[in-house]
Design a protein around this ligand. Sequence first.
Ligand SMILES: CC(C)(COP(=O)(O)OP(=O)(O)OC[C@H]1O[C@@H](n2cnc3c(N)ncnc32)[C@H](O)[C@@H]1OP(=O)(O)O)[C@@H](O)C(=O)NCCC(=O)NCCS
Length: 158
Amino acid sequence: MIAIENKIKTDSYKDKYREDLIDIIFDAYSEHPEYGESSRKNAKRYINWLKNHSTMFDIVLDNNKPVAFVVADGNWVSSFSGEKVGEIHELAIKKSHWGKGLGKFLMDKALNHFKNLKLKKAGLWVGEKNKRAIEFYKKYGFKPVRKYNQWVRMERNL
Ligand SMILES: CC(C)(COP(=O)(O)OP(=O)(O)OC[C@H]1O[C@@H](n2cnc3c(N)ncnc32)[C@H](O)[C@@H]1OP(=O)(O)O)[C@@H](O)C(=O)NCCC(=O)NCCS
């Protein structure tokens, strides 16, 4: 894993990456379009929202092209519990790059970011049928804590 991590090239969000990030969203959620975006216009709006609600927006580049990204927010207050939590608003990897450790790399980065901010808890929402992502998050210690419509809330202590 160390060898892989040394080779991974990242950059923080820039507007020049926006169209590639929209492509990643459509590709990553192609098996669960109900949890993705309904149009490129909405996806563009969503990316702008993410940009304004993040303390870390990191992109993995392969040959200078975005293939994965994570959006972490160290200023989020849970609307359910009122607690300040490190919120992972988005984590998406291009399908061609699944299973290569990029999810782990970005998850570790987000959790370290929250720990550096002295946060005590991390949380996220995931689609209830998105078994792959739910299993992935369980591996990192996230546990389901509530449901809201088709979304599952998962949290873990830091
Ligand atoms: C879920 C997702 C982020 C996983 O990313 P990934 O790059 O394929 O995962 P990695 O290769 O880093 O895997 C990390 C570890 O999790 C494990 N893992 C990955 N998917 C798993 C699954 N479905 N069940 C069990 N373990 C799983 C891997 O085996 C690996 O473990 P290891 O380090 O012991 O070998 C990716 O599939 C994705 O982008 N999905 C679509 C978008 C999405 O659903 N995002 C989450 C929305 S909330």
